[in-house]
Design a binder for this molecule. Sequence first.
Ligand SMILES: Nc1nc2c(ncn2[C@@H]2O[C@H](COP(=O)(O)OP(=O)(O)O)[C@@H](O)[C@H]2O)c(=O)[nH]1
Ligand SMILES: [Mg+2]
Length: 457
Amino acid sequence: MSLLRLKTTECKVGVVGLYNAGKTVLLTSLINHLQDHDPDRFPLGSKETRIRKFTVRPPDRDWTAFNYSGHRDALVNAGKWPSKTTDRSQFVCQFERSDWTFSDCLLKLYDLPGERVADAGMVGRDFTGWSEKMLALFVNDNAYRTCSAPFLDAIKKPTATAAELLYAYKLSLANLILNFKPLISPSTFLLDLHGNAARPDTPEKLATSRFSGADAENEFCPLPADLRKPGTELFDSFSFRYDRYVERVVEPTILAFRSCTSLVVLVDVTMLLAGGVGMYDDNRQIIRDLFDVLSPGENKVFGPIARGLSKVLLPHQWRPGWITRVAFAAPKMDLVHPADRDRMLMLLKRMAERYAADRDGLKYDFFNLSSVVSTRALPIGAGMRVLTGTPLRGADGRKIPPGEEQRFTVAELPDDWPMTWSAGTYAFPEVYPRMPARKDYPPDQVNVDRLATFVID
Ligand SMILES: Nc1nc2c(ncn2[C@@H]2O[C@H](COP(=O)(O)OP(=O)(O)O)[C@@H](O)[C@H]2O)c(=O)[nH]1
Ligand SMILES: [Mg+2]
């Protein structure tokens, strides 16, 4: 720190979103652009802002380091998108900004496996509360009711054993996975604590090979009111295991996000359009749960003036942290034709604005962005939207090795979310990343710079 820079401003930025939303790619691109900053390609506030003395710091205790170099290397040398995130991780760096006169910036970025987001509804709920929440979802939503039929049948039997209930619940979770429903909780059924993800298989095989809880000895599932009798082995053991699960798996991740100063909520508009109306409903539900748990916005104890003062007066370790900014972002904009990119932003706003607007003292904004621009667009001809890029899958849907650049068509975006639509109505083929090999040359991006300007405050 130079003599004039008397203090350090700590910015903690959490990135949340369903798995495959583009969180890890966004962080990789952002870090690359900060580390090898070129104000013309990545204006931070203005083109005059320079970043100096960028240094990587070790992550906080209890956090694994975000594998930046591994992800970047995979993008460049293997031409692959980063592998699945299997554990929560953190990237910490410190730098000076020419537009911050008296302070340098300590930036902490948080990544998590998207699967864990489905457990957000457990925070602040005891076993009874969670059971009721899950049962209400299963009973009241048609798609969830169909998938969870084995479980809804099993709980009708007053003599059902723990093993029968667990098996029926796991069959139901497996049905949900196979029907692309994201609310899989406990999320360890989908991604266990060793980072092993469930692989496509029959519901029966998934139900016998996966656990509904931290491990084989600690399984639990929701219980209906007539099976929730304190003093019974069933209720007491499930409730005990549930509490341990929340303490061990859910709270360390979710609560770290609650103490962030800014939150980036990634909503993959292309995936919601491709996945059908059920996917849209689920993702909205998850944003609502997350907002309930993370409660961004005004802190009741300190208030906005105290926060402003604390930033100036307190050393950064003492700064009370809470989320004051939320950036909603629609990633993978390069999979959408430029003619539709404003519509992409509009769809994002219409889906998410309500949740942010209901919070006092929260600053929020919307971004459509490409972390690694990997396509080019051709002018619209005969109403067709054509892009060029290297497709990831062949016509049969199987992954193919990278080949020549090709032309392919993408769907036109609607002006608003339709009343209903089915999976497959809209298609946005995935492509291989286009990433410069030179390590100090960050990828082409769109609006990641604007997002960074908003969240690094
Ligand atoms: N074309 C394009 N695809 C992207 C971009 N970012 C992410 N993707 C795609 O989205 C997938 C998931 O990204 P990832 O960051 O791993 O998602 P996460 O699970 O939210 O961390 C990648 O494998 C890519 O196929 C982007 O900027 N452009
Ligand atoms: Mg990830």
